[in-house]
Design a binder for this molecule. Structure first.
Ligand SMILES: [Zn+2]
Length: 299
């Protein structure tokens, strides 16, 4: 992934950050985790994709990209059931997983860092799906009244206006044509089709979308182009909203974050889908995914 301008917070010097901030006080927070994505994709696909999309958007339209967060929700509840069905009994899943409440509290602290620095807009972009992207939207709606920066949270497919399914919804998958093509366009070193089994061999079950053989870099580039344009427009919209609304709130201290978590977020845990019990028979006791499958903090 090459961009012309420096946009990555962790790779910039203080004077570069100051001038990028002055030109466009928009921050991208990007999320994903390491999880199986078929034999042909590097494990970090979700965050590699989200972070690279944000870097291209900031390069073209302005903004700064925060260090990516590679620790995300998995192995719990519905995710454990998905792992049982789609990955199977492997010895090591190589996942950088956290439970939902840990992840979402980190998000609150990341938003506090942005607000304390004076960013006027924050786009939170997740490349990891399941219900966690819906919960991210729930969280952002809950805390927006207490934050100065105007916030928008989305899964990357919300911005993918180049790819649609037959029913008109935005194209998304798990390590199938969509994600593999996107990664080919964004991080070509992280896709290796020679690792797929030969034609005619039994298809690996390893968390692989069924249409993966249709993947192509040009399809990926078209999707990425649409996503970068969408993100640029959303950033401008959020900055204009800040200008119009002139919010008085600003999240500055750790104490404020703890109070927000305790008084605003925790009472609404029942609204978070990743914290709900799964209505399915329990996983077999010998499943490597059984340990956290039934775990929940809200019935
Ligand atoms: Zn993925």
């Amino acid at each position: 992934m090459n961009t012309r301008n420096k946009v990555r917070w962790e790779r910039m010097f203080p004077d570069e950050l100051e001038s990028a901030f002055t030109a466009c006080p928009l921050l991208y927070l990007t999320y994903g985790l390491c999880e199986p994505h078929g034999p042909q994709n590097a494990l970090g696909l979700d965050a590699l994709k989200a972070h690279a999309l944000a870097c291209h958007a900031a390069d073209e339209h302005g903004g700064i990209v925060a260090p990516p967060d590679y620790w995300h929700i998995h192995e719990v509840g519905q995710f454990a059931h998905w792992l049982e069905a789609r990955v199977g009994h492997i010895e090591r899943g190589w996942m950088s997983a956290l439970p939902p409440w840990q992840h979402f509290k980190n998000v609150c602290y990341q938003i506090r860092a942005a607000d304390n620095l004076g960013f006027k807009a924050v786009i939170l972009l997740t490349g990891h799906y399941g219900a966690n992207w819906e919960d991210l939207k729930t969280l952002v709606a809950l805390i927006q009244p207490h934050v100065g920066a105007r916030l928008h949270a989305l899964p990357d497919f919300e911005a993918n206006t180049a790819g649609f399914f037959g029913d008109g919804t935005h194209a998304r998958d798990h390590a199938g044509k969509v994600e593999t093509s996107q990664l080919m366009a964004l991080e070509p070193d992280c896709v290796d089709l020679s690792r797929l089994p030969p034609d005619g061999a039994p298809e690996p079950q390893f968390a692989l979308g069924p249409d993966f053989r249709l993947s192509g870099r040009r399809e990926g580039e078209a999707m990425v182009k649409s996503q970068v344009a969408w993100l640029g427009a959303k950033g401008r919209e959020l900055l204009a909203r800040h200008e119009a609304e002139k919010p008085a709130a600003r999240l500055r201290s750790y104490d404020q974050v703890e109070a927000l978590w305790r008084d605003v977020v925790v009472p609404k845990f029942a609204d978070f889908k990743t914290m709900r019990a799964v209505e399915a028979p329990p996983l077999p006791a010998d499943s490597p995914w059984a340990a956290n499958a039934a775990y929940r903090i809200w019935a």
